[in-house]
Design a protein. Structure first.
Length: 510
């Protein structure tokens, strides 16, 4: 495994001091780094202890499978353990634990080792099997704390939004009186693109009474924490919302203005799964060359840049999905032989089909919705009965009239809906919003019977066809807010939250 795969990144000293500083305040203090590497965090603790004139009773301890000794030669040899942290005796307890654990992904972890860790430490049962290594480190670290002790940890952004982090966050709120999280957007580790959060866990042994989150522009900026509710802390995704209580705002849209969940009005299904887009999806010319007739070809959307054009031209420019039937074996030999020669028939999705070349199309959807997007997600009506790949969601309305659907198309672009999407979706890489079906189902929309929606709907479709998404969102928001008489303060708060969330997920852009 490469250094990167093993999660070996040493913490720069400015970040180490930033993280250690609030936790170094006792005159007599024992500090452990369970994966100390070169010792950056221990050295930071030592420096701060001296700078704060706390005396000379700081005791530093480290454990690492592959330590780089040199900077810690002044420590008693017995304090540094060259071993796996999961073999480090739990009887050893400390006032403070500072950690930047390895971020090894669960799918490249050594399964045997992980199973052994899990069998040895009961505490690890709070985590599910898809947890990355850093989460196991954190839970094991907790068992090394003295009563009232604290942990400072540098963790990946996944702490805030991975599915496996939710039970971990619950465990922490059951064991620490104060939790503070600083979400950072800057890059602190050379060649590591991962965004990080600093987590301070204080008052071990109490149930959480205060959970705070901040998102300063950098570690030089003042930290301004906002308190978040336990419900938000335990949600699928924890987000920094600049001090606003987004759940109350969403409830107000529902109770006072009649917004309802998208799932009340539509089913959400993933797009067509081919397992081999390059093979099954052809241009018109390629389809002709294989002699595949129109009744075996289905126009399909594969990329969101096709949406604006689709809204103008219908399906004329789309690529075509080859949808063969069982006995087509005799008719389209060349095409099928080509697939076999390239081993597309052996791909994981192909082997589940019978015959492998007959892609399961499912029903034609009423609309499409983005799965991953960097800016504004919206609902695209399926004007010409086409399909989409699994890069999108397929939407099937539940017995809505054409007017009611138009309300949904418009309102999903308006601020309340966009707020709920931003809040419930995950950010992915640098700036991409990943809207899982669950998040789309929880999006709030407006369904009405009033036909005054026809004009705004036409305007929105026109703006989207011109790829003017910002204008479409502004227009939809104005229409919805005027129509419902939405309170200005509520609108402002929603706007601030959406802007904060978008800025945070797309740092250094816009
Ligand atoms: C991200 S580096 C951080 C090092 C140090 N804490 C710092 O902040 O600079 C992670 C360290 O974890 C160590 N490591 C990986 N797996 C370990 C394990 N099972 N037990 C102890 N240390 C481990 C690696 O050798 C590496 O030094």
């Amino acid at each position: 495994m490469s250094k990167k795969e093993q999660g070996i990144y040493y913490t720069p000293s400015v970040l180490a001091e930033y993280m250690a500083s609030p936790l170094i305040y006792l005159n007599e203090q024992t500090v452990l780094d369970p994966a100390y590497g070169e010792g950056a965090l221990l050295l930071a603790a030592e420096k701060i202890f001296k700078a704060k004139n706390l005396g000379n009773s700081i005791h530093l301890y480290g454990c690492d499978t592959k330590p780089i000794n040199g900077l810690l030669n002044h420590l008693p040899e017995a304090n540094l353990h060259k071993s796996d942290f999961f073999s480090y005796p739990v009887e050893r307890k400390f006032h403070t634990i500072l950690m930047n654990p390895p971020y090894v992904r669960h799918h490249i972890q050594n399964e045997k080792k992980i199973n052994k860790y899990r069998a040895t430490y009961d505490e690890l049962k709070v985590l599910n099997n898809s947890s990355d290594l850093w989460a196991l480190f954190l839970v094991k670290a907790v068992s090394h704390l003295k009563e009232d002790g604290s942990i400072g940890a540098i963790l990946p952004w996944a702490f805030l939004q991975a599915d496996y982090s939710q039970p971990l966050r619950r465990f922490l709120s059951e064991n620490f009186g104060i939790i503070e999280v600083v979400a950072l957007s800057d890059k602190y580790f050379d060649d590591a693109d991962e965004r990080i959060v600093i987590v301070w866990l204080k008052q071990f042994g109490r149930r959480s009474i205060s959970i705070n989150i901040a998102a300063p522009t950098s570690i030089r900026a003042k930290i301004e924490f906002s308190k978040i509710s336990l419900d938000r802390w335990l949600a699928d995704r924890v987000s920094y919302t600049a001090g606003y209580a987004p759940d109350l705002i969403i409830s107000e849209y529902i109770s006072k203005y009649g917004f309802t969940k998208f799932s009340d009005h539509a089913d959400v299904k993933i797009g067509v799964v081919t397992g081999a887009v390059d093979y099954f999806i052809l241009t018109k010319k390629e389809a002709n060359e294989f002699g595949i007739p129109a009744h075996r070809l289905v126009p399909i959307i594969t990329n969101s840049i096709e949406f604006p054009k689709y809204l103008i031209n219908g399906n004329s420019d789309l690529r075509l999905l080859v949808a063969l039937k069982r006995d087509d074996h005799f008719k389209f030999r060349d095409f099928i032989q080509l697939g076999i020669s390239k081993e597309y028939n052996l791909r994981s999705h192909s082997v589940l089909r019978d015959p492998w070349y007959s892609v399961n199309l499912g029903k034609v959807p009423d609309a499409f919705f983005h799965y991953r997007i960097s800016k504004i997600p919206y609902l695209v009506p399926n004007l010409n009965g086409v399909q989409c790949t699994n890069a999108f969601h397929r939407i099937y309305f539940k017995n809505l009239t054409s007017i009611e659907r138009k309300w949904i198309y418009v309102s999903i672009l308006s601020l309340p809906a966009q707020l709920s999407i931003e809040l419930n979706s995950k950010t992915y890489g640098r700036g991409i919003l990943k809207i899982e079906p669950k998040s789309l189902k929880n999006t709030i929309v407006l369904k009405k019977k009033d036909d005054k929606i026809i004009r705004p709907y036409n305007t929105i479709i026109k703006l989207l066809a011109e790829n003017k998404k910002d204008e479409a969102m502004i227009f939809a928001t104005q229409f919805v807010c005027n129509e419902l008489g939405i309170d200005a303060a509520l609108k402002n708060s929603s706007c601030n939250i959406v802007e904060t969330l978008r800025k945070l997920r797309r740092p250094n852009r816009d």
